[in-house]
Design a protein around this ligand. Structure first.
Ligand SMILES: [Ca+2]
Ligand SMILES: [Ca+2]
Length: 188
């Protein structure tokens, strides 16, 4: 897949937005441990609901991501370097391989977020998911994200809608409505 300069810049903007949310102290750096902490928060929530198998799935998914992004334990990565390298990595993969990765991670996230296990993420569950992660996103932005992902407008997010939106955010290079709000406003 070959992307134009504009498309690459846009893709990097989305990744930058994601990494800045993980970098809670605005240090400009993310470590392997930074990703781990995100996984630990989701696992803790799954365990609280006694969903042990979901906690294990989160572990597997996050290990796979740090493997793809080639993150090593104990190393701090400057966010800008990580944005460039991970954008190149993701855009050089086949769409099928990229889909496998985003699906693995977001299936695990979906299962954790769907706390009452009815097969959908409600707005309340979606808010709880963001509170668990501790991402600095306003309630209004969470609601905008929810509404954009809910493409059939039935006021709940299905697994298909969630996987679709995640793929659009992390892999597609063209601007879309859902990517503008998926993780709150995009960083410049
Ligand atoms: Ca649910
Ligand atoms: Ca829906």
């Amino acid at each position: 897949m070959s992307a134009s300069k504009e498309q690459k810049d846009y893709h990097m903007r989305k990744l930058r937005t994601h990494y800045k949310l993980i970098d809670k102290h605005n240090s400009g750096y993310i470590s392997h441990e930074g990703f781990r902490q995100m996984a630990e928060k989701l696992k803790g929530f799954a365990r609280m609901l006694q969903h042990e198998e979901k906690a294990l799935a989160v572990d597997v998914a996050f290990l796979a991501v740090s493997d793809v992004l080639k993150l090593k334990e104990g190393v701090n990565y400057a966010i800008e370097d990580l944005v460039k390298s991970s954008s190149q990595t993701l855009l050089s993969m086949s769409k099928e391989d990229a889909k496998t990765i985003t699906n693995n991670v977001h299936n695990a996230i979906f299962d954790v977020a769907d706390a009452n296990e009815d097969g959908f993420i409600s707005l309340e569950e979606y808010k709880v998911y963001f509170y668990i992660l501790g991402h600095d996103i306003s309630d209004e932005e969470i609601t905008q994200s929810f509404n954009a992902i809910d493409s059939n407008k039935d006021e709940k997010i299905s697994r298909e809608e969630f996987l679709e939106a995640a793929f659009d955010y992390f892999i597609n290079v063209d601007e879309s409505e859902v990517a503008k709000v998926f993780l709150g406003h995009l960083e410049t």
